[in-house]
Design a protein around this ligand. Structure first.
Ligand SMILES: C[S@@+](CC[C@H](N)C(=O)[O-])C[C@H]1O[C@@H](n2cnc3c(N)ncnc32)[C@H](O)[C@@H]1O
Length: 246
């Protein structure tokens, strides 16, 4: 068995990686992630004790949510493809480093969302599908695949658009149109999310978090000032967290 990594070695390894998630590692080492996901954790409304539950984290990237759920007792499988393949914005180096440093037993699987199936991966009590849907060219199909591996509860977090449209509608983005990110393809509104989830077999769909109007307004004003995007356009966009079960 290899010797445990020293704090200094860990700090050096962390420094050499480009991180997306800020993750607190042992010995006071903190990964310099582009985002700190910890404020989003309570908004997922998951129990503090997940002992004995199986959980799939789709689009895990550096694994903040995988490790946070493992700390609650869940048996975790982390899955990603775009970033882990090295073709995306990052790599799997952050996940592997944090997994080792935390002594995690999380399983990792490199797989495309559209390749998900119970035959290939089994099913999971809880599935996290956080901030991946808007990267999908085929959102309804992606939700169907995700549903196929969801045993009890799907936690879906995504960017939304067309919030002033009352019928189901999905905004489609040209390359780089949304946040100058060429991998952001779609922004569904809430009726579209509801319909896609129901069509995928979920009977109980609960919106548990949404961007409040005052935050949308503040962001819209900022985007108008910084990027010249008309405020009425940005006001149609937001964020949502949904619990879906059968
Ligand atoms: C915006 S990041 C979200 C990371 C994390 N779930 C979170 O909420 O902080 C999107 C993640 O989805 C992954 N992803 C994008 N397209 C994917 C696909 N077709 N199959 C699997 N993962 C994908 C990316 O590699 C990336 O890790």
């Amino acid at each position: 068995m290899s010797d445990p990594i020293s704090q200094e070695q860990l700090a050096r390894r962390v420094e050499a990686i480009e991180w997306f998630h800020r993750i607190e590692l042992p010995g006071g080492v903190v990964t310099p992630g582009k985002i700190d996901p910890s404020p989003r954790l309570p908004g997922l409304r998951l129990p503090d004790d997940l002992s004995g539950r199986t959980l799939l984290d789709i689009g895990a990237w550096d694994g903040f949510f995988s490790f946070a759920m493992e700390a609650r007792g869940a048996k975790v499988t982390a899955m990603d493809s775009f970033c882990w393949s090295g073709e995306g914005w990052g790599s799997k180096a952050g996940f592997d480093c944090a997994r080792e440093a935390l002594g995690s037993k999380a399983r990792s699987v490199e797989m495309e969302v559209l390749d998900l199936s119970p035959e290939k991966l089994g099913t999971f009590d809880i599935v996290l599908f956080l901030n991946v849907l808007y990267h999908m060219r085929h959102p309804a199909l992606a939700i169907e695949r995700v549903a196929s591996v969801t045993g009890e509860l799907l936690v879906l977090e995504t960017h939304t658009d067309l919030l002033d449209v009352s019928d189901p509608a999905i905004a489609l983005y040209d390359e780089g149109e949304l946040w100058q990110d060429e991998t952001s393809y779609c922004g569904p509104n809430l009726p579209a999310l509801d319909l896609m989830l129901r069509n995928a077999g979920f009977a109980r769909i609960e919106v548990i978090g949404e961007t409040p109007v005052h935050r949308r307004m503040a962001r819209a004003l900022l985007h108008e000032r910084l990027h010249g995007i008309p405020r009425a356009r940005s006001m149609q966009q937001g964020w949502v967290v949904i619990h879906a079960s059968r």
